[in-house]
Structures are given as C-alpha cells and as structure tokens.
Write a protein that binds this ligand. Structure first.
Ligand SMILES: [Zn+2]
Length: 133
C-alpha cells in the first residue's frame, strides 16, 4: 500500500516535467515584477514617487520664505517658534509620505533601506532610476 503510493507520486513527478517547468517560468517572471508588470501601472507608481519627492523638497525649500513671512507678520519669538513647529510637522509628514512610496520594479521602499532614509535619484534596492517610466 505504502509502496504503491511512493511509486504513484514518483511517476507523477516524472510524467509532468514540462508542466512544472512552465509553472516555474511564469512564476519567475512574476517574481521579477512582483507588483505591476504592466507599464501603465509602473509609470503611475514612478509618477507617485516623483510627486511625493516634490512635496518633500518643496517643504525643505519653503523653510526660508516661511520664516521670513512669519517674521514680517509678527516678529516675536512665539510666532517664529509656532511657524517652525508647523514646518517641522509638515516636513515630517512629507518625509514619511515619500519614504513610504514603493519602487514598482522591486517592491521595496524607494528611499528607505533598513533604517537609512536617502533621497537619491535611484532606488536603494534595485537602482531603478527616478526618471524611469
Ligand atoms: Zn527598486
């Protein structure tokens, strides 16, 4: 009884090597593009990363005009401190927002590798360029 079971399963494995090969090739193509294999979705994901980066850098650049404006409107330490706190909160949110954008090619976070957050022009995992579409 037991012996026939082994024979049966062994025979099955021998009978369909071509089937399993087909399955593994389709699986590997899916693995290479885990999220979206279609180019439209890829472009959309890259656009999203670019947009989120833009928000982040815009916030960084907005620091000087924001502080200047706050100083013009009300040149007290209190108002400057409030403006600075708001700016820090906005910076934190935009940094988080862009850090959580996923690379469409490898599926990892585009700007984050472990604990390091780097705003480079390439994916920290697969070197996918920011202008790839
Ligand atoms: Zn990547």
């Amino acid at each position: 009884m037991h012996g026939t079971d082994i024979q049966k399963s062994g025979g099955e494995a021998l009978a369909r090597p071509s089937d399993s090969e087909d399955l593994s090739t389709t699986a590997s193509t899916l693995c290479a593009l885990p999220n979206q294999p279609d180019p439209v979705a890829f472009k959309q994901a890259m656009d999203q990363i670019r947009r989120r980066r833009k928000y982040f850098f815009a916030t960084v650049i907005a620091y000087m005009p924001a502080m200047w404006l706050a100083n013009k409107i009300s040149p007290t330490f209190r108002s400057m401190a409030i403006t600075f706190s708001i700016w820090v909160v906005v910076l934190f949110i935009t940094a988080l927002y862009s850090a959580l954008a996923r690379c469409p090619r490898c599926g990892h976070y585009f700007h984050m590798n472990g604990m390091s957050l780097l705003y480079l022009r390439r994916c920290l995992h697969c070197q996918n360029h920011i202008n790839a579409s």
